[in-house]
Design a protein around this ligand. Structure first.
Ligand SMILES: Cc1ncc(COP(=O)(O)O)c(C=O)c1O
Length: 355
C-alpha cells in the first residue's frame, strides 16, 4: 500500500492529496494541538489525570452510562469489554462482518479465551431473531454463550446506521437469557447524526459501549469504553493488564474534549460529502456506488476492473482509496476532506472513462 508521504511526494505542484482511505487519517488541527499543549495533567494510574477524568465524565454523560474509561485504541476497548464480560471457553455472538471478528487479530481468543460466533447477515444487521437462534442451548457438549457484540455504525456494510429499536430487541433477548451486550460504536456518533436521535437512544441496549475519538472526531489517539461502575472498575484492571494504562494522558484527552465540542456538531458535513462522492462515482461508467448512510462510500466495479489497479489510477489523480474485496473500493470522509473533494473525484473518474 502506498503511504501518504509517497503519494504526496509524487505530486508536484498539484492539489494536496485527497486521502479517503479511512477517517483515521485526519490530522489534528492547530486549535486541537493548542488544546493539547494547554492540558492540565497528572498521573492517571496514580491519583488520576484531571483532563482525562473530565473527558471520561463527559463521555459517560453523553452515552448515558455511569462511568467511562479512556483507552489508546478502539480495539483495546472492545477487547477489554470482551475480557470483562465474556468467559474463558465461552462464546460471543457477533455479526459475520464485525470489526471484532475480522480486524482485531483474533484478540478475544488470544487474550481472553473467548471464541467468536460470527452470524452471517446480508446487510450487517444482527437482529433479535438471529441472536435468539445463535444462543447455544444449555448443554455439556457445546460452548456456553457468554456475550452478544453489536456494531453501530456497521463498517463492513458501508457505515450502515442501525436504528436503536433493532438493538433494543437484541437486548431484550440477551436479558431474557442473562447475557451482557457490548456495542462497538467506533462511529456511533455517525449513527446518531444520520438518524437524528440522541446518543443515549443507541446505548441503552448495551451494557458496555465503545466509541472512538480518533476517527470521525479527528483526535490523534483515543477511544472510550463506558458502562456500569462495577464493570468499569474491572475494565480498569484489564486495561492495565493489556498495557493500556497511561500516565499524563490528559494531553491526548484534551484532543478528545476539543473534538467533542468542535467536531461533533459538524459531523453531518462528512455525510453530505460522502453522498456527493458516491454520486460522482455512480455517474461514471464502470462504477456503482451504494448510497452512503453515513461517511463511508462503497464503490462496486464493473467486471474486469481490478480494485488495486483502480486505486492506483485514482492515486495518479491525487486520490487515495482502498480496495475492499474482490470488486469493490472504499472511501471514507473526515475532517480533512473539503468541499472540493466530490468535484475532484468526478474529474478523475471522467478521465478514466476517456482513457
Ligand atoms: C467498527 C470499528 N470498531 C473498532 C475499530 C478499532 O479501532 P482502533 O483502530 O482504534 O483499534 C475500528 C477501526 O477502524 C472500527 O472501524
Amino acid at each position: 500500500m502506498t503511504s501518504l508521504a509517497e503519494a504526496e511526494a509524487g505530486r508536484e505542484g498539484g492539489a494536496p492529496v485527497l486521502d479517503l482511505r479511512s477517517d483515521t487519517v485526519s490530522r489534528p488541527t492547530a486549535e486541537m494541538r493548542r488544546a493539547m499543549a494547554d492540558a492540565v495533567v497528572g498521573d492517571d494510574v496514580l491519583e488520576g489525570d484531571p483532563t482525562t477524568r473530565a473527558l471520561e465524565s463527559r463521555v459517560a454523560e453523553l452515552l448515558g452510562k455511569e462511568s467511562a474509561l479512556f483507552f489508546p485504541s478502539g480495539s483495546m476497548a472492545n477487547q477489554t469489554a470482551i475480557a470483562v464480560q465474556g468467559r474463558w471457553g465461552g462464546e460471543a455472538i457477533v455479526e459475520g462482518d464485525a470489526h471484532v471478528f475480522h480486524w482485531e487479530e483474533g484478540a478475544s481468543a488470544a487474550l481472553s479465551g473467548v471464541q467468536l460466533r460470527p452470524v452471517a447477515t446480508e446487510d450487517g444487521v444482527l437482529t433479535a431473531d438471529r441472536v435468539r437462534e445463535a444462543i447455544r442451548p444449555d448443554s455439556r457438549y457445546a460452548p456456553r454463550t457468554a456475550l452478544i457484540c453489536i456494531e453501530n455504525t456497521h463498517l463492513g456494510s458501508g457505515g450502515r446506521a442501525i436504528a436503536p429499536e433493532v438493538y433494543d430487541a437484541v437486548a431484550e433477548v440477551a436479558r431474557e437469557r442473562g447475557l451482557p451486550v457490548h456495542l462497538d460504536g467506533a462511529r456511533l456518533w455517525h449513527a446518531a447524526v444520520a438518524l437524528g436521535r440522541p446518543l443515549s437512544d443507541f446505548t441503552h441496549a448495551a451494557d458496555t459501549v465503545m466509541v472512538c475519538l480518533s476517527k470521525a472526531l479527528g483526535a490523534p489517539v483515543g477511544s472510550m469504553l463506558a458502562g456500569p461502575a462495577e464493570v468499569m472498575e474491572e475494565a480498569w484492571r484489564v486495561r492495565r493488564r493489556f498495557g493500556g494504562a497511561m500516565r499524563q494522558s490528559g494531553i491526548l484527552a484534551a484532543a478528545g474534549l476539543h473534538a467533542l465540542e468542535v467536531r461533533l456538531p459538524r459531523l453531518h458535513e462528512d455525510h453530505i460529502l460522502a453522498t456527493e462522492i458516491a454520486a460522482a462515482f455512480d455517474d461514471a461508467e464502470g462504477f456503482r456506488a451504494s448510497a452512503p448512510e453515513t461517511n463511508i462510500v462503497m464503490v462496486d466495479l464493473d467486471a474486469g476492473q481490478d480494485p488495486r489497479t483502480v486505486c492506483e489510477k485514482l492515486q495518479n489523480h491525487g486520490i487515495l482509496m482502498l480496495p475492499f474485496g474482490p470488486s469493490r473500493i472504499r472511501g471514507v470522509t473526515h475532517l480533512d476532506v473539503d468541499r472540493e473533494a466530490p468535484r475532484r473525484v468526478r474529474a478523475a473518474v471522467a478521465e478514466f472513462a476517456e482513457a
